[in-house]
Write a protein of this length. Structure first.
Length: 201
């Protein structure tokens, strides 16, 4: 399977982490891609010109990390990262996935806006995204995720890792000790440890 890949994308990290959690990461062929340049091969498979984009062995192109992760969950016999349909565990995991993706949406928008000229509307937008992330982290502090590596915990782990990576000057741990303790433990899971974000050399 071919995965269009950017080493700093938290959504790509989420996909690779799911593959690692299920033991199928050797089946992925990572193709380093700059989606902002709209390369022809990526656009041919994903007209949105976004990563991650997975091309299956059958030639089916899938995009958007929840879709790709659910596809990966259908391969092999390892424990699923998406809990059983209809179960309370599944709804909880999907809720955490949505919360983690929402954190990433806000953090990525804020990151992009940082490079633009200062103006009141831009500053207001950035402040709103910062507040969204703060509220989401406060929610997680009151009810930290569980220990199992499912789609919810993996997404939250990727979101917290991205905040550390891109907003290291804004520490979130001091006022959220329960979430910090959860993350410290979960970050040791192979799917997190092996995909920790770093700037390309």
């Amino acid at each position: 399977m071919k995965l269009y890949y950017s080493p700093t994308s938290p959504y790509v990290r989420k996909v690779v982490a799911c593959a690692i959690a299920r033991g199928i990461d050797p089946q992925l062929r990572l193709v380093t891609t700059n989606p902002h340049a709209s390369p022809a091969d990526l656009v041919a498979d994903n007209p949105l010109s976004k990563v991650p984009c997975l091309v299956t062995e059958d030639g089916l192109a899938l995009f958007d990390s929840p879709v790709i992760c659910e596809y990966l969950d259908s391969i092999g016999d390892a424990a699923a990262v998406f809990p059983r349909p209809g179960s309370a565990q599944r709804w909880h995991a999907l809720k955490l996935q949505a919360l983690g993706d929402g954190i990433l949406d806000a953090a990525l928008l804020r990151r992009m806006e940082q490079g633009r000229p200062r103006e009141a509307a831009r500053d207001a937008l950035m402040a709103r995204q910062r507040d969204i992330v703060g509220r989401a982290l406060d929610t997680l502090e009151t009810d930290p995720p569980g220990r199992a590596a499912d789609i919810g915990t993996i997404t939250i782990g990727c979101a917290l890792g991205y905040i550390d990576f891109r907003f290291a000057d804004e520490p979130w741990r001091p006022t959220r000790p329960r979430l910090a303790a959860w993350y410290a433990a979960f970050a040791e899971h192979p799917c997190m440890a092996r995909t920790a974000p770093k700037d390309p050399a």
